[in-house]
Design a protein around this ligand. Structure first.
Ligand code: AMP
Length: 401
């Protein structure tokens, strides 16, 4: 067994990016550079009594049963397994994906105890994500006391929203108290806008709707690389229906479920976050691949609702942008499902969106035939974290020299 790298010597060579969820700890290990070089990627999944480690470390595929594991144990397992490439050195910077940065954080932050205190206050705004994100930071501070710890926020990309897309129609005092449309999936949108700027600068300077369609799903209207509007709002529940989350909902439904059906806040949270969306509608699964293969009418109904809502939001975001020059699909569903992309784009010719059926089926990068470009770009949120970590190390080196 490899030694714990907690006492290992820090070395600017390595950057670890961590993405902690309730049941998994995903990681990517990089060699630091302006464009970090990924040397290992994987995750500990099914945190709890039967956790499993799965990764590619250098050229090797590695799998292991860990038994019982929380975030601390999972992090130790990642370090031990990565010892073949770390060779006794500790990462010099750990970059963390953090769901909520509130109104203050427009970019990556050094995770000082003061910043951690402020982030803990945001836990009620992202109850399924923020506590796990912060638990991983604490485990990481313990494992690497000498390393820089950097937080990268899913809300930060959306701080450029104009006020009308940042607010709800509630008394203004609630806006001042933080009841705002924060938007999420910002690391994914930052990666996609950065990639667009490289591969198609003309489109990147125009009006683009990015559809991040994974287990969590949202769409973002981007003008000249900046977020103008997003389907996700105050919480990660709003907008598109998702794997297990409901998406947009009349708040009257929540009042009804409380008053007439007697659901508590806790039961409502479970219903809206864990039992709705594709899973709730299909009464089967949150997994789109399984739904596509299913013959059950409920599976088809779930897909029909999903693609209908996506079309509706696409139109709404195009209106927010005063037109549209391009659509980008990303996320597990957006990148892999030609059927869902085709069903979302179906009937959108009036917006200049016409798919090239062959290119779509072949999962090519450019799949549009009309005046509005349609692209498929695999997203890479971990790389955005690694770039931020690399910049932080450069800044530290500059202040020390
Ligand atoms: P993510 O959260 O980004 O990993 O995306 C997970 C979702 O992508 C799940 O619903 C998967 O079923 C879906 N997905 C992955 N590959 C495919 C595929 N080839 N066809 C349809 N859905 C897919």
């Amino acid at each position: 067994m490899a030694q714990s790298t907690g006492s290992g010597e820090s070395d600017a060579e390595f950057i670890l990016s961590l993405n902690a969820g309730s049941s998994s700890l995903k990681f990517s290990l990089y060699k630091a550079a302006r464009e970090p070089d990924e040397i290992a990627v994987g995750q500990v999944e099914s945190l709890g009594p039967n956790a499993r480690f799965k990764a590619r470390i250098g050229p090797q595929q590695v799998e292991d049963n860990l038994g019982s594991a929380d975030h601390h144990v999972a992090l130790q397992a990642i370090l031990e397994q990565c010892e073949t490439v770390l060779q006794g050195k500790a990462p010099a910077c750990i970059g963390h994906r953090i769901a909520h940065g509130g109104v203050d954080y427009e970019g990556p932050q050094l995770l000082t105890p003061q910043v951690m205190e402020k982030l803990a206050l945001l836990e009620p705004l992202a109850p399924l994500h923020q506590p796990h994100n912060l638990a991983a930071v604490r485990a990481s501070v313990e494992a690497f006391p000498d390393a820089l710890q950097i937080g990268c926020f899913d809300t930060a990309f959306h701080r450029s929203h104009p006020w009308v897309n940042d607010t709800f129609g509630l008394p203004l005092k609630y806006y001042d108290r933080g009841v705002r449309r924060y938007g999420f999936h910002g690391l994914s949108y930052e990666y996609i806008t950065g990639t667009l700027a490289r591969i198609d600068p003309e489109l990147a300077s125009g009006r683009v709707v990015i559809a991040h369609l994974g287990n969590g799903a949202s769409m973002c209207g981007v003008l000249n690389g900046r977020s103008i509007a997003s389907t996700m709002g105050f919480s990660a529940l709003d907008g598109l229906p998702m794997g297990t989350r409901c998406g947009q909902l009349d708040p009257g439904v929540v009042l009804y479920l409380m008053d007439q059906e007697g659901l508590s806040a806790h039961e409502l949270t479970k219903l809206l976050y864990n039992e709705s969306g594709l899973k709730g509608l299909s009464d089967e699964t949150n997994d789109m691949r399984t739904l596509e293969a299913s013959q059950r009418p409920e599976a088809e109904m779930a897909i029909e609702y999903y693609t209908f809502r996506a079309r509706r939001e696409l139109g709404a975001l195009a209106a927010s942008l005063h037109g549209i020059d391009g659509v980008v699909f990303c996320g597990g569903i957006g990148e892999n499902s030609a059927t869902i992309r085709a069903r979302i784009c179906n009937g959108m010719d009036w917006m200049g969106i016409t798919l090239d059926g062959r290119a779509n089926m072949a999962n090519e990068m450019s799949i549009g035939l009309g005046r509005t470009k349609v692209l498929v770009i695999p997203t890479d949120e971990e790389r955005i974290i690694a770039r931020a970590a690399s910049r932080a190390l450069d800044q530290l080196a500059a202040t020390e020299s």
